[in-house]
Write a protein that binds this ligand. Structure first.
Ligand code: AMP
Ligand code: MN
Ligand code: MN
Ligand code: MN
Length: 276
C-alpha cells in the first residue's frame, strides 16, 4: 500500500521550504503520493511536479481554500485539480486579494494592543509576494518574545476575542466546491477536528457540503487525536463522504507531525484516492 500524504505547505503560502525541498523531504520520509496544498494558491505546483519526477514519487496538484461558513473560517482542500483552470484561478485570486488589507488591519490591531511594528515584522517572514498569512505574524511575535511558540500567539492574539483578531470574509462553501469541481478536483473538508463548533453544527456543515457535491473529509490529520480520527471516520461513513489523510506539514520544528508519521486510515472508509 503506497503512503499518501495529501496536505502540506511550501514557501508559496506559509510553509518554510520551497516546493522542491518539501517534495524531497516527503520522499526521504517514505511518502509515495504527496499533495502540495498551499493556502489559496497553486503557484508552487509546477516546481513540485518537476521535483517529484526527480524524487520518484507522485505529486497531486492541490490547494487549501479559505472559506467562511456561518461565523466560522473553514479550510477546504482541493485535490487533483488542473492548476491552469481559469475559474479556479480567478477564485483563488479573489480569496488572496483580501489578505493584504487584512494584514494591515491585524498590524493596526496589534499596535493598538501595544505591539507596534507587527505588520512590517510579519512582512519580513513573507516568502511569496502573493500571500501574507497569520502564520507570518505568529513567527514575528515569537521572534520578539510576545509568545513562546506559534500556538500561543494564536491563543492570545490572532483568534476571535483576542486583540489581533480581524474578521475576514473568505469564499463561500458553494464557491469553493464549485471552483474545485470546475478544475476537475475533489473537495475535502480539512482538519474538521479543529473547528470549534457543536456536533449539530458539524452535522449541518457535512450535510450542506455533501449536498453541494463535496467529496471527502480529512479523517486522518496531524491535528486530530486518535479518537478524532475514529470520530471523523464515522462521520465520513454516515454522510457517504470519502476519507483523506494529511500531515498539514509547514516546516521543520513547526508541525505536529513530520512526513511519514501519519497514523493508518481507519478501516471501513472509502479513501479519497480510490478512483485515482
Ligand atoms: P490565515 O489563513 O492567514 O488565517 O492563517 C491560517 C494559518 O495559521 C493556518 O493555516 C495555520 O498554518 C496557522 N494556524 C492557525 N491556528 C494555529 C494554531 N493554533 N497554531 C499554529 N498555527 C496555527
Ligand atoms: Mn498554514
Ligand atoms: Mn488549514
Ligand atoms: Mn494546511
Amino acid at each position: 500500500m503506497p503512503h499518501f500524504d495529501l496536505h502540506c505547505h511550501s514557501t508559496h503560502s506559509d510553509g518554510l521550504l520551497t516546493p522542491s525541498a518539501v517534495v524531497a523531504r516527503a520522499a526521504a520520509r517514505g511518502v509515495d503520493v504527496l499533495a502540495l496544498t498551499d493556502h489559496d494558491e497553486v503557484a508552487g505546483l509546477d516546481e513540485a511536479k518537476a521535483a517529484a519526477a526527480e524524487a520518484g514519487i507522485e505529486v497531486i496538484c492541490g490547494a487549501e481554500l479559505s472559506v467562511s461558513w456561518d461565523d466560522q473560517t473553514l479550510h477546504v482542500l482541493a485535490l487533483g485539480i488542473d492548476p491552469a483552470n481559469a475559474l479556479l484561478a480567478e477564485g483563488l485570486d479573489a480569496i488572496r486579494a483580501g489578505r493584504a488589507t487584512r494584514a494591515r488591519r491585524i498590524g493596526e490591531a496589534l499596535a493598538a494592543a501595544g505591539i507596534p511594528g507587527a505588520y512590517e515584522g510579519a512582512m519580513r517572514y513573507v516568502t511569496s509576494e502573493r500571500l501574507v498569512s497569520r502564520t507570518h505574524f505568529a513567527r514575528y511575535l515569537v521572534e520578539t518574545g510576545h509568545a513562546r511558540e506559534a500556538k500561543d500567539v494564536f491563543k492570545r492574539y490572532l483568534t476571535r476575542g483576542n486583540p489581533g483578531y480581524v474578521p475576514h470574509p473568505w469564499a463561500s462553501l458553494a464557491e469553493a466546491v464549485g471552483w474545485i469541481h470546475a478544475a476537475g478536483g475533489q473537495a475535502v473538508i480539512a482538519h474538521p477536528g479543529r473547528y470549534k463548533i457543536t456536533a449539530s453544527a458539524m452535522r449541518r456543515l457535512l450535510a450542506e457540503f455533501r449536498d453541494l457535491g463535496g467529496d471527502a473529509i480529512e479523517v486522518v490529520s496531524s491535528s486530530h487525536t486518535p479518537a478524532q480520527c475514529a470520530e471523523f471516520a464515522t462521520y465520513a461513513r454516515a454522510f457517504e463522504l470519502a476519507a483523506s489523510c494529511g500531515s498539514d506539514w509547514h516546516g521543520p520544528g513547526e508541525s505536529w507531525m513530520d512526513f511519514g508519521e501519519l497514523p493508518e486510515m481507519p478501516v471501513g472508509v472509502v479513501p479519497v484516492w480510490k478512483g485515482w
